[in-house]
Design a binder for this molecule. Sequence first.
Ligand SMILES: Nc1ncnc2c1ncn2[C@@H]1O[C@H](COP(=O)(O)OP(=O)(O)OP(=O)(O)O)[C@@H](O)[C@H]1O
Ligand SMILES: [Mg+2]
Length: 495
Amino acid sequence: MFGRRSNETAPPKRISSQENGQSAPLAQAEMKVAQQRQAAATTPQVAAPRVEVVEQQRKHSEEYYDVKTTVFNALIDTIDLTQLSKLDGPAAREEIRDIVSEIIQIKNVVMSIAEQEELLEDICNDVLGYGPLEPLLARDDIADIMVNGAGTTFIEVNGKVLKTGVRFADNQQLMNICQRIVSQVGRRVDESSPICDARLPDGSRVNVIAPPLAIDGPALTIRKFKKDRLRLEQLVKFGSITPQAKVILEVIGRVRCNTIISGGTGSGKTTLLNCLTGSIDMDERIITCEDSAELQLQQPHVVRLETRPPNLEGEGEIKMKDLIKNCLRMRPERIIVGEVRGPEAFDLLQAMNTGHDGSMGTLHANSPREALSRLESMIMQGGFALPIKTIREMICGSVDVIVQASRLRDGSRKITHITEVLGMEEETVTLQNIIVFEITGEDANGKIVGRHRSTGIARPRFWDRAEYYGETERLARALAESEVVDDNGNPLGEQ
Ligand SMILES: Nc1ncnc2c1ncn2[C@@H]1O[C@H](COP(=O)(O)OP(=O)(O)OP(=O)(O)O)[C@@H](O)[C@H]1O
Ligand SMILES: [Mg+2]
């Protein structure tokens, strides 16, 4: 024991766990009607996902937080932080628990064993870990944690966004935790540099934006790292694709089609990219370029590169464009770009065009057609004074396939298009859907009902590549089995 104990006594305090939260109303009636109307549409048009807010029951009463603050302050007065920092995690936790138990006794706080246990756990998390975030970080079913200031935290579980009862003592405590997170990767977040990207030790991706930019207190967003990355088999199990579409994706990945994965925020682009890389042959040299290393490739010959933000003096930034350029001097067979956001699009397309077949990247767009315009505008951002037709020809010459990922309004994630880039007609790039997801309705629980079907293309443009790799049989079977026939047994082609 090394704490400086105090014998001060205080009037007894009573705290109670109280469940005072209530479920917020879910969907409003008019939204339901609008959804049904939309669900009737047969095109795979995807509406913006509905944010479903379900207030999870608040765990504790105000008194609990008052007592916690009192005990916490007494602990900070008592404990010798220099000594504490010399202990390893479990020993430090044990020490804090001893001192907190003593403070509770001295201060005469009346609480049940269970309440006391929770208070001890909370305080240990505050001192040693990420405070109120710890229980959320420990859960593996959470995809995202979104903290909007000290009082409001949302999580995404099974595609649904839920409001939790997790709260921080105040914005200062939240800011301290943000600082603790980003300092682990040698960064700072404060008023003078209020935007920061970082990574938790487990690989989770973190973004912090602090006041004055975030008006209601620091906003912290965490994309939880999944220990077991989803694989194509699981996407089939979740209904995101059919077993046949899985085979088509595997062939696309293996036969070295240049592929762009397009999708909205959190639609599953990185997951899909990771799945696609699973079909790459084991003897290929792959170089990945990411802003925050998320991909987990299984191949033995992989070089992982990560961009770097500028330091406090505004120096030392390494952009995605720099990484891709450098890649070309590293004898890559494939280049995989986590996310294409800007002028690096030009460099990626050039790499695709110059003997690095099978390169892949993701970008934010809501449809394959929109992905093309995004590519165009990103190339123009780079200041290349190229005529639009030349840019489009470049895209056509580089990109073979666009795979569209979407998060539907019921929270489910689907692969809504596997689309080929065919060529140019006058000034327009022609696209050809191979597989589309078609919404047919909505069930009683609000789940979207639909089907993946082939558009009747028997020989996609990458057929020759498939032939070269001996994959035509698998491909032909998967395409044939994806056909949906009408009541008269005729295939339903592209509509
Ligand atoms: N088909 C799927 N079914 C269920 N969950 C999925 C599916 N695809 C992805 N997810 C989950 O959704 C979350 C977001 O996925 P991912 O990181 O791949 O999205 P993203 O589009 O790359 O997001 P961002 O735009 O933020 O980079 C992850 O937790 C992931 O495990
Ligand atoms: Mg991503």
